[in-house]
Design a binder for this molecule. Structure first.
Ligand code: CP
Ligand code: NVA
Length: 307
């Protein structure tokens, strides 16, 4: 593995291997502690957008494994503005041992990887959020033991988080059902991924507009913000369209009785997810957030070729 830009670039076997490693590193973390396998390694973290989870979980993942991390804020780097992406990538490649970048355009993280002589990780782009997808799969696996045959239902905007969840769900043998309003579908490139990754009878993809139809038989109900970072000028328009797609107690009551409710966070409480559901018995949103740590340790370990 050279880079970690999008889950669909790996085989199902490779993704499963990373998830198994994440389970092992998590166990190790809570027993004897992780071994210092990242000793001497520094992760450069480029952020063009805000972050709590991605920033802190990557930083802590590096420290727990004996390495270090360096935060580079949007104001500092000016990716593609102060300096070309190609130059940033070649300069950083001589200072740190891996980079993680949170960018607006997916093409920008691809461009970083094109010029880098060190591994590059996508820490969220407008197309996908692969590290989130890995933590989501880890969370589902912990709850159900296997993803095979599960109905993973995503309700809301067909955004970056939906795309990575779709990819990992299909690859791990789950059905992926998305219910979104007209005009808020996943991008065409993601649908093409979905058509390729769906494994016939094993894992199917279904596109719906009715969240209630989607919720029937759901083992996972997942939602995310109606307005992603970078789309702020569309907030009012989106707030008018999305309310029927709110994940609330009624929708959850229509799912399988053991359904888990997921959200990548940050949540806009009582918009896409009501307080009672977010803090209710089906919610796994905090263990899900914590699993970013363990999933990312496994991704980094594979990129560094250790563990
Ligand atoms: N889920 C997630 O990526 O959160 P942050 O934006 O806080 O990093
Ligand atoms: N879809 C959201 C996810 C935030 C973690 C965004 O891109 O803003």
């Amino acid at each position: 593995m050279n880079h970690f830009l999008d889950i669909s670039e790996y085989s199902a076997a490779e993704i499963e291997d990373i998830l198994n490693l994440a389970i092992r590193l998590k166990k190790e973390h809570f027993s004897e502690g992780n071994k210092p396998l990242f000793k001497g390694k520094v992760l450069g973290m480029i952020f063009q957008k805000p972050s709590l989870r991605t920033r802190v979980s990557f930083d802590m993942a590096m420290r727990h494994m004996g390495g270090d991390a360096l935060y580079l804020s949007p104001a500092e780097i000016g990716l593609g503005k102060r300096e070309t992406i190609a130059d940033v990538s070649r300069v950083l490649s001589g200072y740190v041992q891996a980079m993680m970048a949170r960018v607006f355009e997916h093409e920008h993280v691809v461009e970083l990887a094109r010029w880098a002589t060190i591994p590059v990780v996508n820490g969220l782009s407008d197309f996908s959020h692969p590290c989130q997808g890995m933590a989501d799969a880890l969370t589902i696996l912990e709850k159900f033991g296997s993803m095979k045959g599960l109905n993973v239902v995503y309700v809301g905007d067909g955004n970056n988080v939906a795309v990575s969840l779709m990819q990992v769900s299909l690859m791990m043998g789950a059905n992926f059902i998305i219910a979104n309003p007209a005009g808020y579908d996943m991008p065409q490139a993601a649908k093409e991924n979905g058509a390729r990754l769906a494994q016939g009878d094993q894992s199917r993809i279904k596109y719906l507009s009715d969240p209630h139809e989607a919720a029937k038989g759901a083992h996972v109900i997942y939602t995310d913000t109606w307005t992603s970072m970078g789309q702020e000028e569309e907030t009012a328009k989106r707030e008018a369209v999305f309310p029927p797609y709110q994940v609330n107690a009624q929708l959850v009551s229509e799912a399988d009785k053991d359904v888990i409710v997921m959200h990548c966070l940050p949540a806009h409480r009582n918009h896409e997810l009501t307080d009672d559901v977010a803090d209710g018995p089906h919610s796994v949103i905090f263990p899900q957030a914590h699993n970013r740590l363990h999933a990312q340790k496994a991704v980094l370990a594979r990129l560094f070729g250790v563990a």
